[in-house]
Ligand binder design. Structure first.
Ligand SMILES: *Cc1c(COP(=O)(O)O)cnc(C)c1O
Length: 385
């Protein structure tokens, strides 16, 4: 064991691979369900796009969460993992017909609708099946989030959602459609948000919109505020579980639910990021004139976050206790962006050392690709090793 890792077991597996700590995932889920149970009408969905590994999904399903899907494939993965279809919500700016039909066939809880043309198609497809589709309108609340520009979604300039100024006309239009039932409003302002003030700003916006609806004597059953709670990438050991209490308390205090309304959340990163580690092996230490490179066998095909949005992941050498030295940790892919970290301290590294790239459970395995004809990384869960 080095720290939290069962080193002898990991040594036997072909690198690179993902290692998921089932115990930490369960603890995280227990924290979520405990905190949620303190608030009446709160309901948590897991955002499948963060990690769709079947073994991870199974543990999340056992904890009783619903799911938030953003594609037909994710609906299929969720149904296969045993999530009840009444607990599935489906969002996305570009739902294709087969995906909408799949949602209708499974009688999912709700389509989060992002435009009028989409609403019309859902109405037609539902009519063809003699069904009524439950929908929530995803409104763009024009609330900024203090996070990376590529993962903010709630600004007027982003492609997501319906302009909130169109809320009433859209509601009116939907009320004319025979195979549509409006059940809620949906929002999602971005990801890796650590400033509760951002969520407060969303609450204030939702309150304003609900007041406006009330003036027109409209009430929806459900409010869905999306996900976005961030994790501590700097300190995965010290802060393995995000502050769910603060998160849910913020909504309980600031968002004014009407009688009988339920409040839905769609958490992805905060559920799975810290339980996952990308384990990779050092291939070569290359001593340049300016820098020392630790070349590992994982690349951005396995974990794209650093290349895609300069994301930070804590990196550790699991095989060495020697004095730390500064390295650029890089992958084998033929792209200059295939860099996990620059000038970071690692215990002196040698060919064959196991390197742990931490906090990689969210948007890691699920974003893997086969560029360069590489193999997709396999995900292992601690209890199967
Ligand atoms: C990605 C996404 C989420 C989850 O975001 P996290 O930051 O991982 O919590 C929730 N809802 C929608 C609609 C999303 O697109």
């Amino acid at each position: 064991m080095k720290g939290i890792f069962p080193l002898e077991k990991l040594e036997r597996i072909q690198t690179p691979f993902y290692y998921y700590d089932a115990e930490l995932l369960r603890q995280t889920l227990r924290t979520i369900t405990q905190e949620v149970s303190k608030h009446e009408g709160f309901c948590v969905h897991y955002a499948v796009k963060a990690n769709a590994n079947p073994k991870v999904l199974k543990i999340i399903r056992e904890a009783g969460l619903g799911v938030d899907c953003v594609s037909g494939g994710e609906i299929e993965a969720s149904v296969k993992a045993g999530f009840p279809s009444q607990r599935i919500v489906y969002a996305g700016v570009g739902k294709s017909d087969w995906e909408i039909n799949l949602g209708l066939d499974n009688d999912i809880f709700c389509f989060n609708v992002e435009s009028i043309p989409e609403l019309e198609v859902i109405n037609q497809l539902a009519a063809a099946k003699g069904k009524v589709a439950r929908v929530a309108f995803r409104l763009n609340p024009n609330v900024g989030a203090h996070t990376h520009a590529n993962i903010t979604t709630g600004l007027a300039e982003n492609k997501f959602g319906i302009d909130m100024r169109d809320m009433l006309p859209v509601m009116e239009e939907a009320s004319q459609m025979s195979n549509i039932k409006v059940v809620g409003l949906h929002f999602h302002i971005g990801s890796q948000i650590l400033d509760m003030g951002d969520f407060e700003a969303l609450c204030n916006r939702v309150n304003e919109l609900q007041n406006e609806l009330e003036r027109h004597r409209i009430r929806v059953e459900h409010i869905n505020v999306g996900g976005g709670l961030g994790v501590d990438y700097q300190h995965p050991n010290r802060v393995p579980i995000p502050d769910f209490k603060d998160f849910f308390d913020t909504y309980a205090k600031k968002l004014k639910l009407r009688d009988g309304q339920t409040l839905h959340f769609e958490l992805g990163r905060a559920v799975v990021a810290q339980c996952g580690t990308l384990i990779t092996r050092t291939l070569y230490i290359k001593e340049g004139h300016v820098k020392k490179f630790c070349i590992v066998d994982a690349g951005f095909t396995d974990l794209i976050r650093p290349a895609l949005y300069q994301a930070y992941h804590k990196i550790e050498n699991l095989s060495s206790d020697e004095a730390p030295e500064a390295y650029d940790v890089v992958g084998p892919i033929c792209e200059s962006t295939d860099v996990f970290a620059k000038q970071i301290d690692l215990n002196k590294a040698h060919r064959g050392d196991l390197i742990a790239i931490r906090s990689a459970g969210a948007y890691g395995e699920s974003m893997a690709s086969q560029y360069n004809c590489r193999k997709l990384p396999v995900g292992y869960i601690s209890e199967e090793l």
